[in-house]
Design a protein around this ligand. Structure first.
Ligand code: BES
Ligand code: MN
Ligand code: ZN
Length: 502
């Protein structure tokens, strides 16, 4: 979607729809609402007098615009009575809901005032970012496979003009609008990759998407094929692909923003394009959700797209070990022993604990390439949603500073994280009788023992593990969230990188 920043009169812009904020509780229309009220012959005041304003934030009333110009309608949106203190997240969520309401009206090109005009505790930049992000995220739909028009949204929002509160605030408003758009588009890319059906988003398809993103954004892209992965000793990653006829693809994207090469922040995303469980096969009910088991890979590809567009002064690598996890005559069996790239041996107790197997080689590869910060993202354990549900995202880290930086980075995004423990006592559960480590630790603390497995491959390098199993998808449209893949943690990853090398 096209997002512009402008100044001047709300009613002088090239738009089909003007949105006017009506802060709840005002007896007389004021400011832009008063101007709009005059344009519609006092209809807003009448609506207020007749009690048509409900006092609910987000409630809208629609008026036909006067005159013969392009402008078709004036939409008055109630902001609630606490709008002055609204946070960026509240503005983002309101913008998400508003964007879908406007689409339902077929609003076309929309113009609205920068939200800091009413949410006065926000800076012009943060306000513009929140509204741009909310619009682009809120309008997201995955409907490419609906062949009947009736199944698609009828209307459209084709563009958004954000009117800066003053000429002096124009530059900051532009910066915020651009940042919000880039962040949201990267999130929507991750959502698209996640939502696509597994027969159309195989490891080969993910690799093609990565190559496209690299070509469009000036990134280096390397696809490590099976033979090369064998030469590199990635026996843990490859063991997961044994049961599948789809060739595995180990994807590496590189962004160079620092003056010297090396010293990478590595973003490592689990890329299981479908997880049947393998020989330790999953029950049939709900298995279709396992097309989302590559949402970690999707999020690191989305994040590095935004990073390439925002150009921080630091080097970043996105690593996505992609494969299917299938049962077959050639599949890995429970009890098999495999070797990761760094030489550690692994006893595969349960072939359904495959995410940690592909990440072991992802982390080992990142270290061998000179990564000094490791952040992995994975739909790793069902136990994660038992622990934190779909509200908070679990983060595990061996480094307080890195955890604090990620926590700080999440602030402006509205994504919510919670630090989980990684005490060494948990290692007892993943000690193998015949190898260095085993890939499951039993039911207790299932998310933590999975993290401890990864910790063995991260070693002393600063590392954080983000288990997104509880939040990989959302089940209904609400605020900036739309049904399907969430795109978490794209915006936090990008913000973290910007904060370090902005
Ligand atoms: N991809 C799953 C985890 C998952 C489950 C993500 C549900 C999202 C929703 C992962 O590969 C898996 O199967 N984990 C097992 C681990 C177990 C075998 C130790 C699990 O959580 O049951
Ligand atoms: Mn699994
Ligand atoms: Zn999995």
């Amino acid at each position: 979607m096209d997002i512009e920043v402008s100044t001047g009169d709300l009613f002088d812009q090239a738009a089909d729809t003007v949105v006017v904020y009506a802060p709840t509780g005002r007896r007389q229309p004021a400011g832009a609402t008063a101007v709009a009220d005059r344009r519609v012959g006092g209809a807003i005041k009448r609506a207020q007098d007749k009690g048509l304003f409900t006092g609910t934030a987000g409630h809208v009333l629609e008026y036909p615009a006067p005159g013969r110009g392009r402008l078709k309608r004036i939409v008055v949106v109630e902001t609630g009575d606490k709008i002055a203190e609204a946070t960026a997240q509240q503005v983002r969520a309101m913008a998400g809901n508003l964007s879908r309401t406007l689409r339902g009206m077929d609003a076309g090109h929309v113009v609205l005032a920068a939200p800091n005009s009413v949410a006065t505790s926000l800076s012009p930049e943060d306000a513009a970012r929140a509204v741009a992000e909310g619009f682009v995220l809120g309008l997201y739909r995955f409907d490419k496979h609906h062949t009947r028009a009736a199944d698609k949204p009828k209307g459209a929002v084709t563009g958004l003009t954000i009117l800066a509160s003053s000429a002096r605030q124009r530059a900051a408003t532009e910066r915020g609008a651009h940042l919000g758009k880039v962040m949201a588009e990267a999130t929507n890319l991750a959502r698209d990759l996640g939502n696509e059906a597994a027969n159309r988003m195989t490891p080969t398809d993910v690799a093609e998407e990565a190559q496209r993103v690299a070509a469009e954004n000036g990134l280096e892209c390397q696809i490590i094929e099976r033979a090369e992965a064998e030469r590199l000793g990635m026996g843990s990653y490859l063991s997961v692909s044994n049961g599948s006829i789809e060739p595995p693809k180990f994807i590496v994207l590189r962004y160079h923003g620092a003056s010297r090469r090396g010293n990478y922040v590595a973003l490592v995303g689990k890329g299981i394009t479908f997880d049947t469980g393998g020989i330790s096969i999953k029950p049939a009910g709900g298995m279709e959700a396992m097309k989302w088991d590559m949402c970690g890979a999707a999020s690191v590809i989305g994040a590095i797209q935004a990073i390439a567009q925002l150009k921080p002064n630091l080097n970043v690598m996105a690593i996505a070990p992609c494969t299917e996890n299938m049962p077959s005559g050639s599949a890995t069996k429970p009890g098999d022993v495999v070797y990761a790239m760094d030489g550690q041996s692994i006893e595969v107790i349960n072939t359904d604990a495959e995410g940690r197997l592909v990440l072991a080689d992802g982390l080992a590869y990142a270290k061998s390439e000179g990564a000094t910060t490791l952040i992995d993202v994975a739909t790793l354990t069902g136990a994660m949603s038992v622990a934190l549900g779909n509200v908070r995202v679990g983060i595990f880290s061996n480094n307080d500073r890195l955890w604090n930086q990620l926590d700080a980075a999440s602030g402006p995004t509205g994504e919510k994280y919670w630090r989980m423990p990684i005490d060494d006592e948990y290692n007892r559960q993943i000690k193998s009788d015949i190898a260095d480590i085993k890939n499951t630790g039993g039911r207790p603390a299932g998310s933590i023992t999975a993290a401890k497995f990864l910790h063995a491959f991260a070693g002393d390098t600063a590392w954080a593990h983000i288990d997104i199993a509880g939040v990989m998808n959302v089940t209904s449209d609400r605020g900036e969230w739309t049904k399907g893949a969430s795109g978490i943690p794209v915006r936090t990853l990008v913000q973290y990188v910007l904060n370090r090398g902005g």
